[in-house]
Ligand binder design. Structure first.
Ligand SMILES: C[S@@+](CC[C@H](N)C(=O)[O-])C[C@H]1O[C@@H](n2cnc3c(N)ncnc32)[C@H](O)[C@@H]1O
Length: 248
């Protein structure tokens, strides 16, 4: 790899994730375990995508219960580290080891070590795009959510993929890798199949709130090109109450 390419990759990596297609080609796609093992030491730095995810959470979850909160696919646990009663689970022990969250366990969200009907709020943020079989996760989330409880799901938006953006990481040597990712255009249908009712859905767009990520990364031209592009999709679902009554 040439010096210029390496430098460009390092610059892009600092500012924004995902990257557009006109950056140098990624070296290889990593599976989820290898990808997050490599990313764990630097994952805490917010990206445009994670910033929009958090904005959507603030907007959509205000006032809802989270006394018994589960963060399914919690990563380093940064979203729950200040919520003492929250529980997290993640496939990557390396990601969990990088954070300060207390009640976290390594495991797969498609088969969780929790009793049924335990949580009044389940988050699954920027995780399901890594699964080829998200219905298994939706079913498991439904099981552990209590009747009347809420489920908040975010994913990398299909429009972003169509526009050429990818989920990537840059490893310690400055090499950009793609991360195993599946486009899901049917979250609402999958959730319904698992038994969840849709309460609300929103999109996180390229907009002034993430302009600085672009400026520090791929630049103003790319920002102007992408303005209004949907980068993150967010859904709020609810499990019907014990009598099966929809609570929407
Ligand atoms: C983009 S990170 C998001 C982390 C966290 N939700 C956040 O918003 O900061 C995706 C996380 O999903 C985890 N993950 C992927 N597939 C998983 C699975 N089947 N079970 C549990 N965690 C999984 C990865 O290990 C990674 O930590």
């Amino acid at each position: 790899m040439g010096l210029v390419t390496l430098l460009k990759r390092r610059i892009w990596e600092k500012g924004i994730w995902p990257f557009p297609v006109d950056v140098p080609p990624v070296i290889e796609d990593l599976n989820v375990c290898d990808a997050y093992r490599a990313w764990a030491p630097t994952y805490a730095a917010e990206t445009a995508t994670s910033f929009l995810d958090e904005e959507l959470a603030q907007e959509m979850l205000g006032g809802l219960p989270q006394t018994r909160l589960l963060d399914a696919g919690c990563g380093i646990g940064r979203r729950i580290q200040d919520i003492p009663t929250a529980v997290g689970i993640d496939l990557s022990p390396e990601m969990l080891a990088q954070g300060d969250a207390r009640n976290v366990v390594a495991g797969d969200i498609r088969k969780m070590p929790f009793k049924s009907n335990r949580f009044d709020m389940v988050w699954c943020r920027l995780v399901l795009g890594h699964l080829s079989d998200p219905l298994l996760a939706y079913r498991e989330i439904f099981r552990v959510c209590m009747p009347g409880g809420y489920v908040f799901v975010t994913d990398f938006h299909p429009d972003a993929v169509a526009a050429g953006h990818r989920r990537t990481l840059t490893d310690g040597a400055g090499i950009v890798h793609g991360i195993e990712h599946y486009v899901h255009i049917n979250h609402i249908q999958l959730a319904a199949e698992a038994g969840l009712d849709l309460i609300a859905s929103r999109d996180g767009l390229v907009s002034p709130s993430i302009r600085d990520f672009y400026l520090r990364g791929i630049g103003l031209k790319a920002y102007e090109r992408d303005i209004d592009l949907k980068l993150v999709a967010a859904f709020l679902f609810r499990k019907p109450d014990a009598r099966g009554t929809a609570l929407v």
